[in-house]
Ligand binder design. Structure first.
Ligand SMILES: [Zn+2]
Length: 78
């Protein structure tokens, strides 16, 4: 029995790429923190797909009051 080249993993990567494309295309709406009401800041984050040459710059919302910037964790490997 042969494993098709586009199996579950291929589908997962495809939907992940679609998600990342959508996220990087849509400008984030300004939001308030649900806990303290402060205006959320946005952290520019780079995503890479393992084994891929593509990467995305995505803005992740965070509250500077409740969640001060984590040091040295600005890159996520998917
Ligand atoms: Zn907050």
């Amino acid at each position: 029995m042969q494993i098709p080249s586009t199996g579950r993993h291929g589908e997962l990567v495809k939907s992940l790429k679609q998600f990342l494309n959508d996220q990087s295309a849509a400008p984030p709406a300004e939001r308030d923190c649900a806990h303290c009401g402060a205006v959320l800041s946005y952290l520019q984050t780079q995503f890479w797909l393992a084994g891929g040459e593509q990467n995305w710059n995505i803005k992740l919302p965070y509250c500077p009051n409740c969640h001060p910037l984590p040091a040295g964790r600005e890159t996520f490997l998917a």
